[in-house]
Design a protein around this ligand. Structure first.
Ligand SMILES: NC(=O)c1ccc[n+]([C@@H]2O[C@H](COP(=O)([O-])OP(=O)(O)OC[C@H]3O[C@@H](n4cnc5c(N)ncnc54)[C@H](O)[C@@H]3O)[C@@H](O)[C@H]2O)c1
Ligand SMILES: O=C(O)C(=O)C[C@@H](O)[C@H](O)[C@H](O)COP(=O)(O)O
Ligand SMILES: [Zn+2]
Length: 334
């Protein structure tokens, strides 16, 4: 399957094909220096099989987990590129989840003010969400994605076969971003979670989620307004993720917490909670409201005492409403 993301200067294709990892050379110019970046939790054969297809391939493995989205790991990769004398005509390939993709993308956006970047996502989250749309970033002092850029990949190559080795908790974690997209944009995607099978319907879930993100990013690449809907659940979700030091709960699990605060109707909330039960995920985590409030003020949608909050009043439809931060503090206490 091929989906084209149509952006004026920097549109690109998303290729989704079982077994495509063996043929990356058919889609990407590998006759140059290529730095393949992965993390230690991703089966190494995924990266080595791509390095083997390169004229001059290099492999950089980072530790798994959020701590790799850091200035220190960013610096290590940049130093590696410099040492191997990478030029502007060379490229970076990210093979992994959202951590590897966000980190590698920010390196690609920064090194020599930008070199080619290719995403080969290997988690449900990165195949559904993080590999497209161009949001690349690292964390700073446990604040999520506070240093970053909008930097689109040249191509995204999705091999669903790589998900076969993904641990179940991470498999479920990534699906929450697709559930989010069903709630804010595509009721048929939501219905797949309510009535479908998250294993048998996986390709359909990924495809529908990709079309949601494609549609929204094409309309508002740099998140001036509409794209904020993709941040549904993230205002409180990111704050709770940081509250737990980016380690206790996974990103999608925190988004699941955050979404519930802004689903207006009780009957819809009940349907979402039934899906959480089906997925085996928690609906909340204990926290100190004032601490979470302090973290929430770092939200990139906040300014001058207010924050753009995404709300769902009907399934498949999101609204963006500016709320006083103080109102959100009251909500957190309630
Ligand atoms: N840029 C965006 O638009 C965007 C969107 C959503 C989330 N994110 C970010 O993505 C990150 C979360 O990404 P994630 O959930 O993919 O986590 P992750 O990148 O940490 O990967 C999850 C775990 O699975 C392992 N893994 C990856 N692929 C595997 C495979 N095929 N088989 C076995 N193990 C594998 C990794 O080593 C890691 O331990 C967060 O930092 C979040 O902020 C970014
Ligand atoms: O693509 C977007 O826009 C999103 O908001 C997707 C989110 O799922 C993702 O977690 C993103 O990284 C959060 O963006 P941020 O601007 O809050 O860091
Ligand atoms: Zn997210």
């Amino acid at each position: 399957m091929k989906i084209h993301v149509d952006l004026k200067e920097n549109g690109y294709d998303i290729i989704m094909e079982h077994g495509v990892l063996a043929n990356v050379k058919d889609y990407v110019d590998l006759n140059r220096k290529v730095m393949v970046i992965t993390d230690e939790g991703v089966p190494l054969e995924y990266a080595t099989s791509v390095v083997a297809q390169c004229a001059e391939g290099y492999l950089h493995v980072v530790p798994q987990g959020e701590d790799s989205k850091s200035l220190s790991v960013f610096k290590e990769i940049c130093e590696d590129l410099l040492e191997q004398q990478f030029s502007r005509k060379d490229c970076i390939i990210a093979i992994g989840g959202g951590v590897v993709g966000d980190l590698s993308g920010y390196v690609a956006a920064s090194y020599m003010r930008g070199i080619d970047f290719i995403q080969i996502p290997t988690t449900t989250l990165s195949q559904i969400d993080s590999s497209i749309g161009g949001k690349v970033a690292i964390n700073l002092d446990e604040v999520k994605n506070i240093i970053g850029a909008f930097y689109q990949p040249k191509i995204v190559i999705i091999d669903p076969d790589t998900l076969q080795t993904l641990p179940k908790r991470h498999y479920i974690n990534g699906l929450i971003e697709a559930l989010k997209e069903g709630l804010i944009y595509d009721e048929s995607l939501f219905n797949l979670f309510e009535a479908g099978d998250i294993y048998k319907d996986l390709d359909q879930i990924i495809e529908k989620a990709l079309y949601v993100k494609k549609d929204v990013v094409e309309k508002d690449e740099k998140e001036q307004h509409l794209r904020k809907i993709l941040n549904f659940g993230h205002t409180i979700g990111h704050a709770i993720e940081s509250y737990y030091h980016l380690s206790e709960y996974l990103h999608g699990e925190c988004v699941a917490f955050g979404m519930l605060y802004f689903i207006e109707k009780e009957d819809i909330k009940k349907r979402v909670l039934a899906i959480y039960d089906k997925l085996g995920i928690k609906a909340s985590a204990p926290y100190d409201p004032d601490t979470v409030y302090g973290l929430l003020c770092n939200d990139k949608k906040a300014a001058h005492g207010s924050v753009s909050i995404v709300k769902v009043k009907e399934i498949g439809k999101a609204e963006i409403q500016d709320m006083k931060l103080e109102e959100v503090r009251v909500l957190l206490k309630g």
